[in-house]
Design a protein around this ligand. Sequence first.
Ligand SMILES: [Zn+2]
Length: 300
Amino acid sequence: MSLASDVIPGFTGGTLDRADALRHDAEALAAARGDWRARLLVLDGLMPAVTDDGRLEWTSLAHLPDDAEPILLGLDESGRPHFTALLAGMRVDTAPAMRSPALMAVLGSLAPGEAATYAAARSVIDWHVRHGFCAKCGSATAVFRGGWARKCPACGAEHFPRVDPVVIMIAEHDGRALLGRGKGWPPGRYSALAGFLEPGESIEEAVSRELFEEAGVRTRSVRYVVSQPWPFPSSLMMACIAPVESDALTIDHNELEDAYWVTRAEVVAVMNAEPGARFLPPSAFAIAHTLFRRWLEETG
Ligand SMILES: [Zn+2]
């Protein structure tokens, strides 16, 4: 196994230029929608279609149904506009929309960077479907800014796609890493502890709070390592490493089914999928995968 940090985090590395200026320019946006080269992402619900060479499938924007709202994903290097779409009556809480082993298998067949484009499309569509009404006055809102905002015709409030920040962290003590498993996880799955960042917290404060709440350990310091989007529905995963004062654990069993300390050699065995490895490796798309690699690289 290569421990090099040149492995890109899951759902990153997209190549489309998001072209924010176009979103603010009604004329340019209309021109992009009318561009004969414009492409529309092929989705079945929220399930992507993938070509034999691991690319997302696209069709002509001319195939957009009349009652659908196009969402500008961006421009490729030749300036060709790429869209996804919000379809009338779309649901995001039913198969094949949900995260599933089938979806993860499809994503696993994608070339590097392609999943980032899918993640952006998936998260923004999901947000539109769930946020059709104004949080201020309750009126139905309308898509604007090329699909990257909604506006309320009644009170004028503008609403923007939300991103939910999550901290995920390896607590470190005496060369070992603290891992845990949540309730209902697949047998054998352990990962870095994680939790939502709350209003009024820094990343470092959220890491320290979560580690103390879930495992009873006190951080000495917190170091940010790497981040990635997680489009289920729209998290930003921020990975950290935090040396802690003691290895004594007080596990909050409302949050965790179990937690334990693992050695570097044990994590190497897991990441190499060696027989007898202590737990199952995280999905290649999960930030825990990148975090484990970085931790191994640093401690090697
Ligand atoms: Zn309103």
